[in-house]
Design a protein around this ligand. Structure first.
Ligand code: 9MR
Length: 376
């Protein structure tokens, strides 16, 4: 009896192993595709904290995205941004010729599906047709020597700026609840506050911000008005941005929030700096939206990207007294403007990545979130 005991123990151990192993594989298969709508819903997970939004494209290089991704959009998100379709070149390609039809499809879809809409964007130096900046003779005003820019030129451009805001915001009043009124106006270089290559700035000077926000508030007093930029949370750009916003706010210019775009990288992500900046903007009385979130994977593993997302969302939750919306800049990696960096939560097959599982519950490792879900 005694002599056989080790053999008996080995046999029991083997049986237990077989039971466990078959038990596990019959419970779930990590390689089986996950049905997009079967995973936890981000907008439900974050319902007590902030809206979770997504930017989608209907007219861009991948127009089919909008139709093919409606399952993801409706399941995970409660806010929608048009990635390109509400920019000035899309809405007013020629002076006075407004073309709302594509953007309308997106806005109507959002309204039908209980998604809020963030409008992006009214005043920017990019994706803005040249006609905005031509004088009566057809010459580009911002290319003239400074002293050659006349009061009439300035009046003309100001009138166009106000007219664009008037038409667009009137068209979407009651449907678009927040607008990125001005996008990317702050310089990347410490020598100037405003980015010096913006035709708006060259022609109208710093007044263009005042003009835009004042007009926007007049047209739709209900809309939340945002200043949106990349890197305003970074030390190199933060001081200038705060100074600019503070002086406008002190004058009573109606700016309600700052949009921090959030085109970050897993490698070298500085969550503490971002959090510190969020508190500084909140001290100005501004509401915070993260407007274009994607976290590039260059030089990082999928697991490191997941960890970056986990830390970010943990921090967003800590600051949800001031952060009211977090929008991802795209649905799946293959349609991202940074597709070479796979920066989003879902892969080209709409499968949730480790980054997705990481933000399902930021207090647990991503694998645990995934496995608990798969075993449920
Ligand atoms: O994602 C947008 C891409 O499809 C466009 O080609 C590009 C053109 O300017 O604009 C991208 O979106 C930008 C956003 O409007 C403002 N912040 C930076 C975004 C990424 O470039």
């Amino acid at each position: 009896m005694n002599r056989n005991f080790p053999q008996f123990r080995r046999a029991v151990a083997l049986i237990m192993l077989v039971v466990l192993a078959t038990g596990c594989t019959s419970l779930y298969d990590r390689n089986k595709p996950i049905v997009a709508l079967d995973v936890p819903s981000l907008r439900d997970i974050y319902a007590d904290y902030f809206d979770v939004g997504v930017a989608v494209s209907l007219a861009g290089w991948s127009p089919q995205t909008f139709a093919n991704h409606q399952d993801l959009i409706e399941w995970h998100f409660n806010s929608l941004t048009a990635e390109n379709e509400m920019k000035p070149d899309a809405l007013q390609p020629r002076e006075g010729a407004f073309s709302f039809s594509t953007a309308d499809k997106m806005v109507d879809y959002a309204v039908d599906n209980n998604l809020k809409v963030r409008g992006h964007t009214l005043v920017w130096h990019n994706q803005t047709p040249a006609w905005f900046f031509r004088d009566e003779a057809g010459d580009l005003i911002h290319e003239k020597p400074k002293e050659a820019i006349t009061e009439a030129d300035r009046e003309l451009v100001k009138r166009r700026l106000e007219e664009h805001i008037e038409q667009v915001m009137t068209h979407y009043a009651g449907k678009v609840y927040a607008w990125d009124v001005v996008n990317e106006a702050v310089s990347d270089h410490y020598t100037t506050t405003h980015r010096p290559d913006s035709p708006w700035y060259i022609i109208l000077g710093e007044d263009f911000m005042r003009i835009a926000f004042t007009k926007a508030h007049e047209v739709d007093p209900e809309a939340k008005l945002f200043y949106n930029d990349y890197n305003p949370e970074m030390y190199y750009k933060r001081g200038r941005t705060i100074d600019m916003l503070k002086s406008l706010l002190d004058e009573g210019v109606p700016i309600h929030g700052i949009g921090i775009q959030g085109h970050w990288s897993a490698n070298g992500l500085n969550v503490r700096e971002i959090e510190e900046s969020i508190r500084m903007y909140a001290e100005l009385g501004l509401e915070i939206h993260i407007t274009e979130l994607d976290v590039g994977r260059k030089g990082a593993t999928e697991a490191q990207q997941a960890e970056a997302y986990r830390q970010l969302f943990r921090m967003f939750k800590r600051n949800s007294d001031v952060i009211t919306s977090v929008t991802f800049w795209g649905t799946t990696d293959d349609v991202s403007w940074r597709r070479d960096e796979n920066p989003l939560l879902f892969d080209a097959k709409k499968q949730p990545k480790p980054a997705f599982w990481a933000i399902v519950d930021t207090e647990k490792p991503w694998q645990q979130n995934r496995d608990e879900y798969l075993r449920r």
